[in-house]
Design a protein. Structure first.
Length: 121
């Protein structure tokens, strides 16, 4: 009974255009937002770079908070440095996922995308 339900793939033809790079692919190579594997990987990599920037900003804010409000002693300075490093790492992971989610939600064409050439008579 469950196999009779149509899936989202049933609504599309066999070959579909990737909305990100405008390449034509078999429908099995695209996800439900019609992104190809290459576009997903490139968006993940781009989000990772921006995520490290967000993580460094968050780590800097944590370091500023520790330095001005907590004012650690010299006895446990390595523990606070570890805390700041962990905050930077976690902040980068969170920022990466938020940025990647924003890219997927926006679902815009990539800057480097070129439309397929039309065969003119």
């Amino acid at each position: 009974m469950g196999s009779d339900r149509p899936t989202w793939r049933d609504r599309y033809p066999e070959e579909v255009t990737c909305v990100r790079c405008l390449g034509v692919y078999d429908q099995m190579y695209l996800d439900r937002l019609l992104w190809c594997d290459r576009c997903r990987i490139r968006a993940r990599n781009r989000a990772a770079w921006w995520g490290w920037g967000g993580g460094l900003v968050f780590g800097g804010l944590v370091a500023l908070y520790v330095w001005t409000v907590i004012q650690p002693t010299d006895l446990v300075i390595r523990g606070w440095l570890g805390t700041i490093a962990a905050a930077t790492w976690v902040g980068s992971k969170v920022a990466r996922e938020i940025i990647y989610g924003g890219m997927r939600f926006r679902n815009a064409r990539a800057v480097e995308a070129t439309p397929p050439a039309l065969d003119s008579p």
